[in-house]
Ligand binder design. Structure first.
Ligand code: PRX
Length: 651
């Protein structure tokens, strides 16, 4: 069954290469996950896994007490009475900021480095857990002084600066929710998210640095707020670049001015939240033009984030962990802002581009801070691989002990390069499959797992997955099918903000009783999962998730465009790239200049990552009789493949 809509990056094995790559016995035996297995009386991951599948609630409640402090224990681990609106740890009271920040202040981590931040220009800042707590406390007081209350949704649009982490933690500390919009998004994307979340307060910066250029965050925020139906009352501005910006005195406030008031250093109480209270919204692209605001919870989310980070990346007290993602994506939420701090880890956050001012920048950072664990994306590996083995070889990477990958299938060639040149054949690669929806890792290896390049290996503890046919039967042999999760998990999204029916329809209706992930996959003879690609109208560009419909509506918002279609086609570095087909309005003629203008227009509206690779002018588009654009036909044509069943094509 060929149901994939995306390029296949990781399904073939190279002949002659080893089938498995084994982590060292020492790493495996000393791992956090084996320590837990032994406590439970098991001698292998497999035995432990089987037990967690028989007793998932016991397992997850173990995790909830192993990694976290609760203000009040829960009554019920899992409440399935209103499926698929599952509830976890009901009756429990908790706040992730207590676990990630507050509790360290009175413990052994008080003076331990929590965060090492390096700017693109080379400035370095360090925060101990004690200082982190002060920053978060101050930021929380500032938010309270602006009238932010429990339950409010604060939109945050910042570059990769420490204040982004403080802002997120501060929002949750006072019981409000954050909706972080990635700093690479632009006006339309930001405006749509502000409006959907009804944010009265937006946090932004005067600008951000990326590739030695200023990203005009404030200018974009102003335009988005002006279009946001008068919703936004206050824009809190973090100073980063110091360049001139427009300032609306009745609406804009400088963070540093408010934060300087002595009252902001008074202790700000951390709100005690119900486990099922919503903690944050994170928008992601789906099959329609409106982004989905996925709702994550206060309790279950942190249980899974802490357990997966500890057991997959094996975080130990002396580790220096570096996740290269942006906090504006789920990877950054779970595995920068929250997970590492819950575990009391030391982590590195780097503000800028991997290749600025030279392609060795990442390896220089790894050497400088003695990074032991690096978690990144295939697109970054591919782009750095281009510069050759000599670049990483100039740096001392001997402290690295584990590597990680996320966001899209990693092609075996990139996997092997990362393993051989960066990890020096010593560091296993944790290829973690998960989604904004899942909140935490779902299919991932751990330090005991024999690895196959390009496969996320097997489900995490307590997670039961499968590959099913459209009819709901297990796919046979090596056939591809729909990737499903067979039972609820604690960090799962709880609903789609303002649209619970869309939550049911999108995830739980295609194969009733199963969560359908929107990915096609196959399971091999060893039970290893291979992700093939998206089956919906989502394109993964450099690991970023974009909806074809978003790109199409950005194109149609240009006065020259009557109709538009967007598809993803394989791209060597980006994994997939966006290609578009445009029907012009009368009075407009195709030209290279117009194509370029349209590419830039999409970039301006949605953000540079959404800028199409090509704009093709066409007289018509293949459509079904009901008027839906048949993107698969466009794609087949572009790839020179058979166009498949055309029986529904408009006559
Ligand atoms: O298609 C899968 C791909 O990324 C999708 C989720 O995207 P997003 O919500 O943006 O979250 C990305 C970060 C967790 C999935 O449906 N994907 C993610 N990780 C992998 C992957 N594909 C293959 N291998 C992975 N490790």
């Amino acid at each position: 069954m060929a149901i994939s809509n995306e390029s296949t990056a990781a399904t073939s094995e190279q002949s002659g290469a080893p089938k498995f790559y084994y982590p060292s016995e020492e790493l495996a035996q000393n791992s956090n996950i084996m320590a837990y297995a032994r406590e439970k009386g098991f001698s292998s991951f497999e035995e432990l896994y089987q037990w967690t599948i028989q007793e998932p609630q016991q397992f997850w409640s173990d995790m909830a007490t192993r990694f976290l402090e609760w203000y009040q224990p829960w009554n019920q681990v899992l409440d399935e009475s209103n499926a698929p609106f599952f509830k976890w740890f009901t009756g429990g009271k908790i706040n992730i900021v207590h676990n990630a920040v507050d509790r360290h202040v009175n413990g052994p981590n008080r003076d331990k480095t929590a965060l090492i931040w390096e700017s693109e220009q080379g400035e370095s800042r360090r925060y101990t857990y004690g200082q982190l707590a002060e920053e978060v406390n101050r930021f929380a007081n500032v938010l309270r002084s602006l009238g932010v209350q429990k339950g409010d949704i604060v939109t945050i649009y910042l570059s990769r600066v420490p204040e982004l982490l403080f802002a997120m933690l501060a929002t949750v500390k006072i019981g409000a929710m954050h909706s972080v919009v990635y700093g690479g998004f632009s006006i339309d994307a930001l405006q749509a998210r502000i409006v959907d979340a009804k944010s009265r307060v937006v946090i932004t910066g005067d600008g951000g640095w990326m590739n030695n250029k200023i990203v005009e965050l404030k200018k974009i925020t102003d335009a988005a707020v002006d279009e946001a139906q008068g919703l936004v009352e206050k824009v809190l501005v973090v100073r980063r670049t110091g360049h001139d910006i427009a300032f609306n005195e009745s609406r804009d406030v400088w963070y540093h001015e408010l934060a300087a008031q002595p009252a902001m250093d008074e202790p700000c109480a951390t709100e005690q939240m119900d486990a099922e209270d919503p903690m944050f919204l994170l928008y992601t692209s789906g099959s329609t033009g409106t982004p989905k605001g996925l709702v994550h919870s206060c309790g279950g989310y942190q249980v899974q984030v802490a357990a997966t980070l500890s057991f997959t990346f094996d975080i130990k007290p002396d580790d220096v962990y570096w996740c290269t993602a942006d906090p504006g994506w789920i990877t950054g939420h779970s595995y920068i802002v929250y997970g590492p701090f819950i575990l009391g880890a030391t982590q590195v956050v780097y503000e800028g581009a991997p290749t600025y001012p030279n392609p060795g920048r990442w390896w220089e950072i790894a050497q400088k801070y003695g990074v032991t664990i690096q978690y990144t994306a295939p697109t970054a590996v591919r782009s750095l691989m281009r510069f050759g083995d000599e670049v990483p070889r100039q740096y001392d990477l001997s402290k690295l002990r584990l590597l990680g990958s996320v966001g899209e299938p990693i092609n075996p060639e990139a996997w092997r390069w990362y393993y051989r040149v960066v990890g020096q054949e010593r560091c296993p690669i944790m290829d973690t499959w998960w989604q904004t929806e899942t909140g935490g890792f779902m299919i991932a290896p751990n330090p005991t797992t024999p690895l196959k390049p390009g496969s996320g290996t097997k489900p995490f503890l307590g997670i039961e997955a499968d590959v099913l046919t459209e009819e709901g039967q297990p796919a046979s042999g090596n056939d591809d099918g729909l990737l499903v999760i067979k039972r609820p998990w604690p960090a799962m999204l709880r609903t789609i903000h303002g649209d619970p029916q869309r939550y049911v329809d999108t995830y739980w209706s295609r194969l009733p009783g199963n969560y359908t992930a929107g990915d096609s996959a196959r399971k091999d003879e060893d039970g290893y999962y291979w992700i093939i690609g998206r089956i919906d109208d989502v394109i993964k560009v450099s690991g970023y998730r974009l909806g074809t419909a978003e790109v199409e509506s950005a194109l149609v918002s240009h006065p020259a465009v009557a109709e538009a279609a967007a598809i993803g086609l394989p791209h060597e570095l980006k994994g997939n790239a966006i290609h578009t087909y445009v029907i012009l309005r009368q009075g407009h003629e195709p030209s290279d200049a117009l194509a370029d203008e349209l590419r830039k227009h999409v970039g301006k509206e949605l953000g540079p990552i959404a800028r199409p690779e090509t704009v093709n002018f066409v007289p018509n588009l293949p459509k079904t009789r009901s008027g839906k654009i048949m993107r698969r036909v466009l794609k087949a044509r572009a790839l020179g493949l058979p166009e498949g069943d055309l029986s529904t094509l408009e006559g």
